[in-house]
Design a protein around this ligand. Structure first.
Ligand SMILES: Cc1ncc(COP(=O)(O)O)c(C=O)c1O
Length: 379
């Protein structure tokens, strides 16, 4: 709060009314240039022409729907996938093709066949996916890129959590991988023209209330998205962009990301340890190396939506998994968030949830004569 207050005061002092004026639809140029620099690596030379600032990456999802999806178009998604993307696109009436994922990410062996249906694009979350927390392994990333290249498929890479890795090795984004591949063949350098549309956001590193995200894509795609955005909100809040620029340029954000990583890692560890202690042995869950979420698989036949109604009565909340499935299923899954609560609250919440799950199972199990092998601790 103090840093935002200082940055805002500096912006108003130095930029004056300019920060309160209308701006370019594409976004505040210095912010776009700074982002381009931040992303630029060997083989990936970006300029502000590759970047559109959006009102959160949620708006980017909607704009993509606007420019790409006609009713009946096929969109390829992971199963499960980010429910906000489905919400953004449902009104454009696509048909989803859902590809299952495992602990290494999207299961790419089914991709070749699925791409024969010529989806308008493929939507993937390679880093600490919402909802599962899983990161795609390097071989999966490579296979995905290889298959997408063969079919000329546009890939929307949604990456809000990539900077929140707290263990393991950083893996290249699909945008970087494609650029490296392209730069080997390209004679002119610098003008990215590839098929990856990469989404980023300040929501998970700075503050979601700023409503600041960005799209990185070939300039031709950026220009179509900008036209679509013009009809929606003219441009994203000028003052928020000026303040975010200041916080990025001053080096605050880099430092802050270290604090977030440390904090979230501790909270993840507390939640995982509490789950091991309090959840019955029949329950499975992911062990994310970053991000904000743990994905829980309850025994088949147990309904997470029904469980939520009971959990809420004891002031514990989670997101049932059903709504993350584009083509149905997943009733027995749920998403837990570890980033937002302090360790003591996490311990209490998981203990209560363990008790509720055990009661639920044992109630139903009364009919089949089964009980959990290990029951949640009580007391
Ligand atoms: C995968 C994914 N994409 C997009 C968004 C939207 O984020 P923003 O706040 O940038 O609109 C979220 C937010 O939770 C998300 O998890």
């Amino acid at each position: 709060v103090e840093e935002v207050a200082n940055a805002t005061a500096k912006v108003l002092r130095e930029q004056g009314a300019q920060a309160l004026q209308y701006g370019l639809t594409e976004g505040y140029t210095p912010l776009r240039e700074l982002l381009a620099k931040r992303y630029s690596r060997e083989g990936l030379n970006l300029t502000s022409a590759h970047i559109l600032i959006t009102s959160g990456s949620q708006q980017a999802l909607d704009l993509l729907g606007k420019i790409f999806i006609d009713p009946g178009d096929k969109i390829l998604v992971e199963s499960p996938t980010y429910m906000g993307a489905l919400q953004a696109w449902n009104s454009y009436e696509p048909e989803y093709i859902a590809i299952p994922s495992d602990n290494s990410g999207i299961m790419t062996e089914g991709l070749e066949e699925a791409l024969k249906a010529k989806p308008k694009f493929m939507y993937v979350l390679p880093n600490f996916q919402n909802p599962t927390g899983i990161a795609f392994s390097l071989p999966r990333r490579q296979h995905l890129m290889w298959v997408a290249k063969q079919h000329g498929t546009v890939v929307v890479e949604d990456d809000p959590y990539g900077e929140l890795r707290f263990e393991g090795k950083n893996l290249p984004s699909l945008l970087e991988m494609e650029s490296l591949y392209e730069s080997e063949k390209r004679t002119i350098s610098g003008d990215y023209q590839g098929n990856i549309i990469h989404l980023g956001t300040f929501s998970k590193t700075l503050a979601p209330g700023f409503r600041l995200g960005w799209v990185i894509a070939a300039p031709e795609v950026i220009s179509k998205l900008a036209q679509a955005k013009q009809g929606v909100d003219l441009h994203t809040s000028s003052i928020n962009q000026f303040v975010a620029y200041e916080m990025l340029n001053s080096g605050f954000l880099e430092e802050h990301i270290h604090v977030i990583r440390r904090t979230y890692r501790e909270r993840r560890d507390v939640m995982l340890a509490a789950m091991t202690e309090h959840f019955p042995a029949e329950i499975k869950w992911t062990r994310p190396e970053g991000g904000m979420f743990i994905w829980v698989m309850l025994p088949k036949g147990m309904d997470a939506t029904e469980l939520l109604a009971k959990a809420i009565e004891r002031r514990v909340a989670f997101v049932p998994g059903l709504s993350f499935h584009a083509t149905g299923g997943g009733e027995n899954t749920m998403r837990l968030n570890f980033s937002n609560s302090a360790p003591d609250k996490i311990r209490i919440g998981i203990k209560l949830l363990g008790e509720i799950i055990t009661e639920e199972w044992n109630n139903g199990a009364g009919r089949t004569g089964q009980t959990f092998a290990g029951t949640a601790s009580r007391g």
